[in-house]
Design a protein around this ligand. Structure first.
Ligand code: 5RP
Length: 214
């Protein structure tokens, strides 16, 4: 799937206009995007990064990284996903960067999602749904997620860039992602749920020899 990730990532460069500040996601597919971005870095005004990891990669290429509070709203956000359904609803957070990713997605006019073909699914939920939780609320949130039909499992040895924990929720068949996103968001202690449905992707690029854009 590495080749498919690279193809999707390189195709996303087509969406960049001169002078843009580009929102940059996190993950192995985005790592290819950052490499491709380095080749055209003179054409962009900078980036806003969704994680410490992506910031490091961007800076290593000499690509300027700005704070979202300085840049203001963005025209374009490029990020991957763990699953994508036919309506472009997503599960994200496999890399644990879901909160900053959701903030940037919300602040962006267009979210271009770059995936390899294995990420395209008819119904979300085979990939365990990540939920970022404030440590004090872990047991409470875990209990509610169980009531909602899931099996929450603590991501062992992992702390988010925001100092929180991740529960990976197994066993969900997510037929109404907008409703589930809202239900989980409302639980005290939840920082972010990795369902991107209320604000999903706008454009998906699937990595093939000729990348499919839909
Ligand atoms: C990180 C994410 C990533 O976009 C998602 O995990 C996909 O990663 P990869 O490109 O490595 O398959 O949501 O929080």
């Amino acid at each position: 799937m590495t080749e498919a990730k690279r193809r999707a990532a390189e195709k996303a460069i087509d969406f960049i206009e001169d002078g843009m500040i580009v929102g940059v996601g996190t993950g192995s597919t985005v790592a290819y995007f950052i490499d491709a971005l380095a080749d055209i870095k003179h054409r962009i005004a900078g980036t806003v990064s969704s994680s410490v990891d992506s910031t490091k990669k961007l800076k290593a290429h000499g690509i300027p990284v700005l704070e979202l509070n300085e840049s203001g709203p963005l025209q374009l956000y490029v990020d991957g996903a763990d699953e994508c359904d036919p309506k472009k609803n997503l599960i994200k957070g496999g890399g644990g960067a879901l909160t900053r990713e959701k903030i940037i997605a919300e602040a962006s006019d267009t979210y271009v999602c770059i995936i390899d073909p294995s990420k395209r699914v008819p119904v979300l939920g085979t990939f365990p749904l990540p939920v970022e939780v404030i440590p004090m609320g872990l047991a409470l949130v875990g209990g509610v997620l169980t009531q909602l039909g899931g099996n929450p499992v603590l991501r062992e040895g992992f702390v988010t860039d925001n100092g929180n924990l991740i529960l990976d929720v197994h066993g969900l068949q997510i037929t109404d992602p907008v409703m589930l996103e809202q239900a989980i968001n409302q639980v005290p202690g939840v920082v972010t749920v990795g369902l991107f449905a209320r604000r999903g992707a706008d454009i998906v690029i699937e990595g093939h020899e000729n990348p499919e854009v839909w």
